[in-house]
Design a protein around this ligand. Structure first.
Ligand SMILES: NC(=O)c1ccc[n+]([C@@H]2O[C@H](COP(=O)([O-])OP(=O)(O)OC[C@H]3O[C@@H](n4cnc5c(N)ncnc54)[C@H](OP(=O)(O)O)[C@@H]3O)[C@@H](O)[C@H]2O)c1
Length: 303
């Protein structure tokens, strides 16, 4: 089976592409530079030179493959269009990568007792409205004879599989702590994010590719932690004794950009019971706190 992966040089798409190759799939990957094309070639992935906005090119690719995993930019409305048009009536699989940040709110480090399943209605914050609209467009494509699937991973952690990249969230908190010598969380850090190990994310994509019903949406998580708990683990890992400090949102935004509100300052709590039940997904990767204190992050950033 021939699968086209966008984002095959990145963390999620690259890890998925590696796993698909190992499972015997033929994998094509989008490459927007010569260096990216060469790195894909070396991994056994056939490069397709272009960008997410190359409508004609992507339509052409769609005609030659059995399925597509879009794991590049969850907020780009143009990349889904060529596939949804070309796949119409074909029963081919199209997987859109979204994210659980669609349910996040501006909480400035305070806890909010709200947990979302695929059936929980919500109104996204303005910067996530496009992402939700794209997700809905993809889900509706099931009515046009496409096996369309939307996957919303929570905070992903762990080392990329076969790619030299990692998720941005935990490394940013570690870099801040290393730079200032103080491990910090926005406000009181009582806000909670669901999270999931990259190996489990990749397992779920494979199962979705093989057996997700048309028009299905899945949240992805295997646990949750408050930012304070995660930052305490970072502090211990860096030899700072587990002590943490509050980070005023204004300063955090200066360091991290306005996205800090919906990432490090927000709650994003979801349940992935549906993936366990419908896909038979059984996550088994190491926990976030283990990866910080004793695993990937200690190896990369530890003293
Ligand atoms: N990481 C998480 O915890 C997480 C969780 C939920 C959702 N998401 C979402 O999932 C998506 C992928 O995340 P990631 O962590 O894998 O990001 P990443 O490591 O930065 O990878 C992004 C990939 O997309 C490619 N790309 C970006 N813009 C492109 C363009 N205009 N044309 C062609 N390729 C382009 C990049 O190519 P280059 O190598 O050329 O830059 C790279 O391969 C993002 O939208 C992110 O918001 C991430």
């Amino acid at each position: 089976m021939k699968i086209f992966v966008t984002g095959a040089t990145g963390y999620i798409g690259g890890s998925i592409a590696t796993r698909l190759l190992a499972e015997g799939y033929e994998v094509l990957g989008l490459a927007r530079s010569d260096a990216a094309a060469e790195s894909l070639r070396q991994r056994g992935i056939t490069p397709v030179a272009g960008t997410l906005n190359d409508y004609g090119l992507l339509k052409q690719v769609a005609r030659t493959v059995d399925g597509v995993v879009n794991a590049a930019q969850a907020d780009n409305p143009f990349v889904v269009l060529p596939f949804l048009e070309e796949f119409r009536g074909s029963g081919k699989v199209f997987i859109q990568t979204s994210g659980s940040s669609v349910v996040s709110t501006y909480d400035k480090g305070e806890f909010v007792d709200r947990v979302f399943t695929e059936d929980t209605p919500f109104t996204p914050m303005p910067e996530k409205a496009t992402r939700v609209a794209i997700d809905e467009q993809v889900l509706r494509a099931a009515l046009d004879g496409i096996r369309s699937v939307v996957i919303r991973p929570s905070l992903i952690y762990g080392r990329g599989i076969g790619v030299n990249s990692s998720s941005v969230q935990i490394p940013k908190l570690i870099e801040q702590a290393k730079k200032t010598g103080v491990a910090r969380h926005i406000g009181r850090g009582l806000n909670v994010w669901s999270h999931v190990h990259i190996t489990d994310v990749v397992d779920l994509y494979l199962l979705a590719l093989q057996r997700a019903p048309a028009g299905s949406l899945f949240y992805v998580e295997n646990g949750e932690a408050s930012m304070k708990t995660a930052v305490e683990a970072i502090s211990r890992m860096l030899g700072l004794g587990g002590s943490t400090a509050e980070w005023p949102i204004e300063e955090a935004v200066e360091f991290l950009g306005p996205g800090a509100h919906l990432t490090f300052g927000s709650n994003s709590r979801v349940k992935a019971d549906k993936a366990r039940k419908v896909l038979g997904w059984e996550p088994k990767g190491p926990s976030l706190l283990h990866e910080i204190e004793h695993g990937t992050y200690k190896e990369i950033y530890g003293p």
